[in-house]
Design a protein around this ligand. Structure first.
Ligand SMILES: [Zn+2]
Length: 84
């Protein structure tokens, strides 16, 4: 009985420690991001126009603006080129 309780506690502890915390990317208005996925026009560099729960990004090649939510954008960002 007593042993079983200890085992259970350990299992809970390991579950608690498992899984990394994902650090949110620092994405600011004006930053240029390079995405893994190419835009249909062939470009993969986008400028952040608006940041928040949803992001508005503009394709630097053709100028099209698109709305994208933060998790999707973070998944696609390959590189952040900060504005100088
Ligand atoms: Zn484009």
């Amino acid at each position: 009985m007593y042993n079983q309780r200890i085992i259970n506690t350990n299992k809970d502890a390991s579950r608690f420690c498992k899984g990394g915390i994902s650090v949110p990317l620092k994405l600011n208005v004006g930053d240029i991001v390079e995405l893994k996925k190419f835009h249909p026009c062939g470009g993969n560099q986008f400028t952040i126009m608006r940041a928040g729960m949803d992001f508005r990004i503009r394709c630097n090649t053709c100028g099209t603006q698109i709305w994208i939510n933060r998790p999707d954008l973070e998944k696609r960002v390959k590189k952040i080129i900060e504005k100088e």
